[in-house]
Design a binder for this molecule. Structure first.
Ligand SMILES: Nc1ncnc2c1ncn2[C@@H]1O[C@H](COP(=O)(O)OP(=O)(O)O)[C@@H](O)[C@H]1O
Ligand SMILES: [Mg+2]
Length: 257
């Protein structure tokens, strides 16, 4: 994989303008007041499944725009559960989640799709559709929205090349290796240019060299303005970069900036 700089840097002028606008002299205080600096904010969030004990307790933190962080903790600590709440796929049993300045509990069914589009997710099991090619899988979010293929075709191809799958454009996920599937899933999560990318154990199924290359891909993405949250229990991976760590243990969250 050799990420060509083409895809993310093509987007950067737009993003830079956007960021500039939000952090401008008077813009910053207004944005802060309205909570717009955070993509997602949790206040005293708790989660229990059914009648079980609280698996997550008193979580208060925010994911800022353009930030990069690891979400870590042992297996069963609640990383996937927390990611599902970040993605609005799971409601907390208490507390407040604010996404892009909106209280998640007040979002209607019709509001949800447009907010979710701002959040890219790479699932642990990839969730690629086997009857579609790599190209079609990556293009799917746009197709589902009814976009004309001519308007996105080149962007999809550029993004697939950026993740290093240019040779696999027309391959079915069935013949892709674990690392290739991972990169196809990352491309699909990014095609709609989300404000935040959530990845659940993205290096869980790849060897250490590929894990390092995936990490570089996430960091390059982050430099173009996308906030990144990587759930992982891979200590070697986290040692590669001095990034913020959100650490879950015994249901609680400690933050190391
Ligand atoms: N759908 C579910 N129903 C009941 N309990 C669950 C469910 N999903 C996760 N849990 C429990 O919540 C806790 C956290 O799980 P999870 O979020 O998957 O942790 P991690 O991703 O860190 O391994 C575990 O005790 C797990 O058994
Ligand atoms: Mg998990």
């Amino acid at each position: 994989m050799n990420p060509a700089s083409g895809w993310p840097s093509r987007r950067s002028p737009v993003r830079t303008a956007n960021i500039h606008h939000k952090s401008g002299a008077s813009g910053r205080s207004r944005a802060t007041r309205q909570g717009l600096c955070a993509v997602i904010r949790f206040e005293n969030v708790g989660l229990r499944y059914d009648m079980g004990p609280e698996v997550l307790r008193d979580l208060s933190f925010e994911v800022k725009r353009q930030s990069f962080q690891f979400l870590t903790g042992p297996s069963g600590a609640g990383k996937t559960s927390l990611l599902r709440m970040l993605f609005l796929a799971l409601k907390p049993t208490r507390g407040l989640i604010t996404v892009l300045g909106r209280d998640a509990s007040t979002l209607s069914r019709t509001d949800l799709p447009s907010i979710r589009r701002r959040i890219g997710v790479v699932f642990q099991d990839f969730r690629l559709l086997e009857h579609l090619s790599t190209y079609e899988n990556v293009a799917l979010p746009l197709r589902v929205r009814g976009r004309e293929e001519a308007s996105y075709r080149q962007d999809v191809i550029d993004l697939i090349k950026w993740v290093g799958l240019g040779e696999r454009l027309h391959a079915s996920p069935v013949v892709l290796s674990g690392g290739e599937k991972q990169r196809a899933a990352i491309a699909r999560a990014l095609i709609d240019q989300p404000d935040i990318l959530l990845a659940d154990e993205p290096t869980g199924n790849v060897d250490p060299p590929l894990a390092r290359r995936l990490l570089r891909l996430f960091m390059e993405l982050n430099r173009t303005g996308t906030a990144v949250v990587i759930a992982t229990h891979d200590l070697d991976l986290m040692e590669q970069v001095a990034a913020r760590r959100l650490v879950l243990s015994d249901g609680r969250l400690d933050i190391y900036d």
